[in-house]
Design a protein around this ligand. Structure first.
Ligand code: NAD
Length: 432
């Protein structure tokens, strides 16, 4: 089964559980809009035709008032099919966190690591001009955010390009076309580490909700796969007081991993990583492969890299007591079944990694003047932290309650909750 077939199968399975009507399943199984357009850009010292894909899955609100929202990737694996699955996840995520957005996703299939910053900026500008021909990005239609291979700089380049072209378009509140911008360019404090911080806030809450003493341990060992925006910040934040009982015992990036180091050395390992761009020759620890990393004994395993990392081939070898899915679809449905039977809970990405879109929502509101302009940075900081914690905790409380009441896994519970809310909203929207 392809990743899209698997997702549709999951939608149908949960649909049967909640006795959803067929029109609703149909509505969720097909994206509303797929934009695919080509452009030529410099890449690795030559020029190539690249394709930008943007998928709008489902928006239970009035489109054109409340936008689609989702990350935009620069990664060789970007396809229409993968973007559709990830846009579906965004729809579920937004409704779980009760944000007024529909689900979108997209990107450009190329390897950004072979490009200079100048090339990346040109690719971003050309891509933005192509998307603008289709009416996006737009604060009320589709708001892009950072994802794999993109960052605050990419969002800034899109923002500048939209600004350049705006005398022809007159987009109101043009700053709100993208989120995850630098703070001094209409961004918001706390967006950079929002996904990681939100996940850790939620993990701490989740531990208090569990009857099993295993999650109440004073020292919780954690393995993190991926050291990008999400993974790096996850590891780095464990220095903070509220997360200091989380002890990192394994980390990795695309090239491989590291284990067997003292938690107190993690700062020096991160410094080595940011200085050299690699875990190779790190001052502490033993080098391991990504496969070995996923199978390390630990309390919590956080895949924070890419989809499809825990599959039917390695699910029975996982020794973690809990999996917290930072990367969307990191655990395949078959692996999830195996883990469920083995009694290893998986908090799914649609609940675990909503922190990024929560803070993006605050940024978007600020840019649109829906929240009073905050001049004082500490005040803004406090607003962001408070809202993030409130929403992350509410999401996991709701998911755990549904899981207990319906006697289903956390993943199924998150989908049940999301689909019930979507059903209610779409029924009203379509007057059924
Ligand atoms: P990123 O590009 O900043 O970092 C990705 C990391 O994963 C890098 O360290 C890379 O070396 C590693 N990696 C890539 N392929 C790998 C592989 N095959 N095996 C092991 N490691 C690999 O991306 P990010 O923004 O940190 O996103 C990571 C995941 O989290 C993605 O699935 C993304 O969709 C999801 N996510 C991100 C955000 C966000 O705010 N950035 C929000 C929600 C979900």
């Amino acid at each position: 089964m392809s990743i899209l077939d698997e997702k549709i199968y999951e939608i149908k399975k949960i649909g049967a559980l909640i006795q959803a009507p067929s029109w609703f399943i149909e509505e969720l199984s097909v994206p509303k809009r797929v934009i695919k357009t080509q452009f030529r850009a410099p890449i690795g010292g030559t020029t190539r035709i690249l394709q930008v894909i943007r998928v709008h899955h489902c928006n239970p609100h009035a489109t054109g008032v409340r936008p689609y929202k989702g990350g935009h990737r620069f990664h060789p694996h970007v396809t229409e099919e993968l973007s559709t699955v990830l846009a579906m996840d965004m729809t579920f995520k937004c409704v779980l966190a009760e944000l007024p957005f529909g689900g979108a996703k997209g990107g450009v299939a190329f390897d950004p690591s072979v490009c200079s910053q100048e090339e990346l900026t040109t690719i971003t500008e050309e891509m933005t001009m192509e998307l603008l021909k289709s009416g996006i990005p737009h604060p009320d239609i589709d708001v892009l955010g950072p994802d794999m291979g993109t960052n605050a700089r990419t969002m800034y380049d899109i923002y500048l390009q939209v600004g350049e072209a705006n005398h022809l378009r007159n987009i109101p509140n043009a700053g709100a076309v993208v989120t995850g911008k630098p703070i001094d360019a209409d961004g918001i404090t706390g967006r950079e580490d929002a996904t990681a911080r939100g996940l850790l806030m939620q993990l701490q809450r989740f531990r208090t909700l569990q009857p099993k003493p295993v999650y109440a341990l004073e020292r919780v060992t954690v393995v993190v796969q991926g050291l990008g925006n999400v993974g790096y910040n996850l590891v780095n934040l464990t220095h903070e007081d509220e997360f200091k009982d989380l002890h990192i015992v394994g980390v990795s990036d695309v090239e491989g991993g590291l284990c067997a180091f003292y938690n107190s050395r993690i700062g020096e390992i991160l410094t080595h990583y940011t200085t050299t761009g690699s875990l190779k020759n790190a001052p502490y620890g033993t080098a391991i492969t990504n496969e070995e990393l996923l199978e390390l004994p630990c309390d919590v395993l956080i895949p924070a890299a890419i989809e499809g990392q825990i599959t039917k081939d390695n699910a029975h070898k996982i020794k973690a007591r809990l999996i917290y899915e930072a990367a969307n679809e990191a655990v395949t449905p078959e692996a999830h079944e195996i883990l469920h039977k083995r009694g290893i809970p998986v908090v799914p990405g649609i609940a675990a990694n909503v922190g990024g879109v929560v803070v993006s929502y605050l940024e978007w509101r600020k840019n649109r003047g829906e929240h009073s302009h905050i001049v004082d940075l500490p005040d803004q900081h406090l607003w962001v932290r408070t809202e993030l914690e409130k929403i992350m905790c509410k999401v996991i409380d709701d998911v755990c309650t549904t899981s207990d009441t319906m006697k289903v896994s956390l993943k199924d519970a998150a989908h049940v909750l999301a689909m019930q809310r979507l059903h209610r909203l779409l029924k009203r929207k379509h007057n059924y």
